[in-house]
Design a protein around this ligand. Sequence first.
Ligand code: CMC
Length: 388
Amino acid sequence: FGLMTYDPGYTNTSSCISRVTYIDGEKGILEYRGYPIEQLAEKSSFMEVAYLLLNGELPKKDELSGWEEEIHHHTVVHENIKRQMESFRYDAHPMGMIISTVAALSTFYPEAKNVRCAENRRLQIKRLIAKVPTIAAFTFRHSQGHPYVYPNNKLSYTENFLTMMFRMVGNDYEPNPAIVKALDVLFTLHADHEQNCSASVMRAIGSSEADPYSAWAGAAAALYGPLHGGANEAVLRMLNEIGDVSKVPEYMKKCKNGELRLMGFGHRVYKNYDPRARIIKKCADDVFEVTGRNPLLDVALELERIALEDEYFVKRKLYPNVDFYSGLIYQAIGLPVTMFPVLFAIPRTIGWLAQWAESLEDKEQRIQRPRQVFLGERERDYVAMDQR
Ligand code: CMC
C-alpha cells in the first residue's frame, strides 16, 4: 500500500499524546493521572476523581468543596428539555433518549461553539457533568411512566442520581449508604479508559471544533454499541438466556466455534485480567449483602471459571472485562438492563471531557482525517441508462 500505513481498527496507531490515563495491558495496570485505580476506588470519591482527571492533580479540601458546589449549580435542565423528553415513546431505549437530549442541549447553549476559549470550555464541562445524571434519571422515570424528580443539591453526586431515579411521590427515599458507595466506586472505575472507541469519537468530533454537547452525543452513540459500553446490557441478556449453571458448557461451545461472542470477555488492550473487573467483583459482594445475592452470579462465576481454564480463551488472552460483573450489581440495585449503558455514559462523561479539552489545548492536533487504501474501480466512462 505504498508509504501509507494500513491499520484497520487502529491497533498500532497512536492518534494523540495524552497525560490523562495510562494502561499497561500486559500487566493489567490502570492509572488516572498516575494514581492506581485500586487506590482511587478504595480511598477516593467520584467527584474527587473527576477533578483529578480534568485538572491533573487531586483537589485540596476547599478545592473539592468548591468543585462540588459548582457542579450543583448546573444540575437543573431547562423545562423545554423535560417537555422534549416527554414526547419519546414509553418504550424508547434510554440511550436513544439521552443521546438525542444531550445533543439538543447544544441549542440551549449556543455559546458552547466557542471551543477555543478555555473559560467557556470549563463552563460547558461543568454543565455537562451536572446535567447528564439529571437527564439519565429522567430517561428511567419516563420508561416507568413516573413523574421526573428534580435534582436535590444538598445531596452528593451519586446520592442525588439515585434519588432522582427512585424517589416516589409521598415517600422520603434515602439511598442505602452501601449502595451509594458501590455506585460511586463503579462511577470511578468507568471514568476514563484512554483511547477507547467513544473517547476517540469525542476527540474526532472535537477536532472539527463542534460544540461539546454534539461531541458528547457522538461519543455516547459509539459507547452504545454491544462491543463497547453496550456490553454490560448484552452480558445480562446473555446470563438470562443461559439461565442456569448446567447450560454454561453448551453456551461456551457456541462461543468457541464462532457462533457467539462471550459478552463481557476480551479487550483490545488488556491481555491480562482487567483490574476494574477485579474491583467490581468485590463491590458486588458488598451490594449483595444489602440487596440479596443475584442468582445469575453463579452463572457468571461458572462462565469465568471455565473460560480461565479453556484453551480457546487462554490462547487468545480473553479475560473478564469491566462489563462482565457490573450489570449484576445494577440489576441488584433495581435497574432495568436498558439503563446499563447509561450508567456507563454518566461517569465516562469525565474522560470524554478531559480528553476533549486536552486535544483542544494540544497545538499539534489537527482535524482528524485518516487516509484510505483505495481498491475500487477507476477512470470509467459514464454509461447511459439504456445501455446498462
Ligand atoms: N468471545 C469469544 N471470542 C472472542 C471474544 C469473545 N468475547 N473476544 C475476542 N474473541 C476472539 C476473536 O474471535 C478473535 O479470535 P481469532 O483470532 O480466532 O479470530 C480473537 O479473540 C481476537 O479478537 P478481536 O475481535 O480481534 O479483538 P479486538 O481487540 O478487535 O476486540 C473486543 C476487542 C472487546 C471488541 C472483543 O474482545 C469483544 O467483542 N468482546 C465482547 C464484547 C465486550 O465485552 N466488550 C466490552 C469491552 S471492555 C469495555 C468497553 O470497552 O466498553
